[in-house]
Design a protein around this ligand. Structure first.
Ligand code: NDP
Ligand code: MG
Ligand code: MG
Length: 340
């Protein structure tokens, strides 16, 4: 099995005397900055004026412009949206990096697809938490962590891997386990996972099931429970103990249905299309499309987003969740309440 590193395997000295600039204070940014500070590191935050800046200041950070934060720091973690990183890097980061500094990322996209070409005299590493930023923070506060991948793209000081590991430790990831990867592997597997399985695969599966039932005349509320609400309950069982644990808990009828019908839904054709999706990621075709979509101000992204938000499953779900106070409030609603 591949080596998984935990807190005792990591030397943190290499990062202790360094100043870390966390650039961005969104989902990942706020979690990294707060966790690092509570782990004893010296953190400044780099931002443009706006809501995030206000929030970081309220949380007690020294907040500077991106250029100013980068010029003060030894280690710069770039936690801006991937599609804005190149512009901010070119304008405010690049010329403020000193030889021997380190620049770091939580996702390899811009380095791997050459949107950012870092100077040759800095370390470049990756610490990619395998979970949403709000969980990186919440689990840390609870004494645990979210697992992370680390990788080194460029090592000029000879310490890049140690720095990455110490950083992973600082955000709490080493409490859960840290695995070594490369920028290429992290980028390609992350994109594939979210497209084929976690986000794209899952939302399409849920909607197709819901539509099949409602088009056959069943009540949308019942279809919602069967195809969406119960998903979490099933996934929790899988998360805790694998497929076997979930199958132990469901009825034998459900398990027989799983064996008999599952492979009719996700079959060899589906897998062949998954391979096409992976090929588009590996060849840069997906990256090119996403970069161009952003350059065009996201016409397709916005149109699809609007249509998706108006899907019947979203309307039924909203009504039903209001009747289920035990279902946690969405992060979005919570955040806007905090911000107001
Ligand atoms: P968010 O969209 O949540 O946050 C982005 C932050 O960047 C905000 O604080 C925003 O501030 C700031 N920002 C945006 N544009 C600029 C700009 N031009 N100048 C200065 N600041 C700016 O990003 P995420 O946390 O989701 O993503 C950050 C990185 O982490 C990405 O590389 C992503 O792939 C990676 N990642 C994200 C995960 C997640 O959980 N979301 C999981 C693993 C990796 P403002 O309020 O001013 O807009
Ligand atoms: Mg991703
Ligand atoms: Mg059932």
């Amino acid at each position: 099995m591949t080596k998984v590193r935990y807190e005792n395997d990591i030397q943190t000295e290499v990062l202790k005397d360094k100043k870390i600039a966390v650039v961005g204070y969104g989902s990942q940014g706020h979690a990294h900055a707060l966790n690092l500070r509570e782990s004893g590191y010296d953190v400044v935050v780099g931002l443009r004026p706006g809501k995030s800046q206000q929030k970081a200041e309220e949380d007690g950070f020294d907040v500077h412009s991106v250029a100013e934060a980068v010029s003060q720091a030894d280690v710069v973690m770039v936690l801006l949206p991937d599609e804005h990183q190149t512009a901010v890097y070119t304008e405010s980061i690049k010329s403020n990096l000193q030889p021997g500094n380190a620049i770091a990322f939580a996702h390899g996209f811009n380095i791997h697809f050459s949107q950012i070409v870092p100077p040759e005299d800095v370390d470049v590493f990756l610490v990619a938490p395998k979970g949403p930023g709000h969980l990186v923070r919440r689990t840390y506060e609870g004494g645990a962590g979210v697992p992370a991948l680390f990788g080194v793209y460029q090592d000029v000081t000879g310490n890049a891997a140690e720095l990455a590991l110490a950083y992973a430790q600082g955000i709490g990831a080493a409490r859960a386990g840290v695995l070594e990867t490369t920028f290429q592997e992290e980028t390609e597997t992350d994109l594939f996972g979210e497209q084929a399985v976690l986000c794209g695969g899952l939302t399409s599966l849920i909607k197709a099931g819901f539509e099949t039932l409602t088009e056959a005349g069943y009540q949308p509320e019942v279809a919602y429970f069967e195809c969406l609400h119960e998903m979490k309950l099933i996934v929790d069982l899988i998360y805790e103990g694998g497929l076997e644990n979930m199958r132990y808990s469901i009825s034998d009828t459900a398990q027989w249905g799983d064996f008999a019908s599952g492979p009719r839904i996700v079959d060899e054709d589906t897998k062949a299309r998954m391979k096409e999706v992976l090929t588009d990621i590996q060849t840069g075709e997906f990256a090119k499309g996403w970069i161009l979509e952003n350059q065009a101000n996201r016409p397709k992204f916005n149109a699809i987003n609007k249509k998706e938000n108006n899907h019947q499953i979203e309307k039924v779900g909203k009504e039903l969740r209001e009747l289920m106070p035990f279902v946690k409030q969405p992060l979005q609603a919570k955040q806007s309440k905090q911000k107001d």
